[in-house]
Design a protein around this ligand. Sequence first.
Ligand SMILES: Cc1cc2nc3c(=O)[nH]c(=O)nc-3n(C[C@H](O)[C@H](O)[C@H](O)COP(=O)(O)OP(=O)(O)OC[C@H]3O[C@@H](n4cnc5c(N)ncnc54)[C@H](O)[C@@H]3O)c2cc1C
Length: 384
Amino acid sequence: MTAVDEHHEIRELAAKVAAEVFEPMAAHLDETRGPVPLAERRRLGDLGLLGIALPERFGGAGAVLPQALAVVEEFAKVCRPAAFQVFEANTGPAQVINHLGTEDQRRRWLPAIISGERTMAVAISEPDAGSAATDMRTRAERSGDGYVVNGVKRWISNGGEADQYLLYCRLSDAPGSKGIGAVVVEKGMDGLSFGPAERLMGFRGIPSADVVLENVRVPADNVVVPAGDFGRLFGVFSIERLGNATMSLAIAQEALDRTRVYVQEREQFGKPLVEFQSVQLTLANMLLRVEAARLLIERAAAGAGTGLPDPLHTSLAKCTANEMAKEVTDLAMQLHGGNGYTEEYGIERLHRDAHGWAIAGGTPTMQRIRIVSEMLGRRFDQRR
Ligand SMILES: Cc1cc2nc3c(=O)[nH]c(=O)nc-3n(C[C@H](O)[C@H](O)[C@H](O)COP(=O)(O)OP(=O)(O)OC[C@H]3O[C@@H](n4cnc5c(N)ncnc54)[C@H](O)[C@@H]3O)c2cc1C
């Protein structure tokens, strides 16, 4: 089978499973804010959808990033909580373990993530360190043959639900990014607790909570990235950013697809909405924006293959896709009139989720700062 056939086959499988299994539960997950049930996550693992872009020797498919993103897209069109599982396993912290961990760490953590048995969330943000991530204060102090970790992480997607957390923290006294590395903490460790579930505008069905660390003892072999390798950590984070951009793309594509149908069916002034030229222009603008974002994501992902995406291509794609999804879903709501504002049509849910993905993983403003920095080949210190 050619790579193109493989790509189409996995996209088709994802679309089928998403439509048959997850679309029917999407509105309920949003309403109850509950996570995807464990049995359904295991189903994703059994189908091979949680390890597409992870190595075969741990149960994955060892495929290129675009294949994983195609699956994220198909799920995200109809059920973001399910897509989140695919996103987190294929483009999230597991990729940090894959690219930067030791072979022993890969063996310890990847197979259970790929099978859907266990999940790993990423904990970077803190109450006083969001865009300024390098201001983080969570600290792992050397103690005996391990570390003792203290701090608070905020806005952690899957917080309280995930079994493990890739925790970015200070591992030395070096200032700024130089002291930051990453360790894995596991649910059940003494001193690890979670804040109450956040009540977010969107992202419902993807739990979010503070992760609180009070004298949590972590063995030394849970250190994935030592202090001083922050640059490499954020290099791998580009994979997650492309997963994020794909969520936005899927949201906008779905809004456009539904709008395309709606404006041909709904009649006002005795004719379908699509007969009005301003509606045609709006529809064209929506398609222009979706396709532009799609091409930027495809370029960045194709360049990554089974490695890392180019950071400039990644930030161009994420910034464009995030802003595009907010605008396209807004236009979709406008063209749906009152129906767009009801929960029944699902357009408002797409719009709510679009806003969340545009904040997670670094805001469009921070992507722009990165874009200029990459374009000019220089760093702009935001603190001076
Ligand atoms: C739905 C959702 C899911 C998330 N999931 C996770 C997760 O799983 N793990 C995790 O670690 N974090 C997660 N986050 C946190 C996310 O990464 C941060 O919210 C984000 O980086 C912004 O940080 P902040 O909220 O502190 O905003 P701030 O940094 O306070 O920014 C507020 C505003 O100021 C702007 N701003 C900040 N600095 C500058 C500057 N130098 N120049 C110009 N403008 C600036 C920002 O662009 C933004 O518009 C999530 C957030 C959300 C909303």
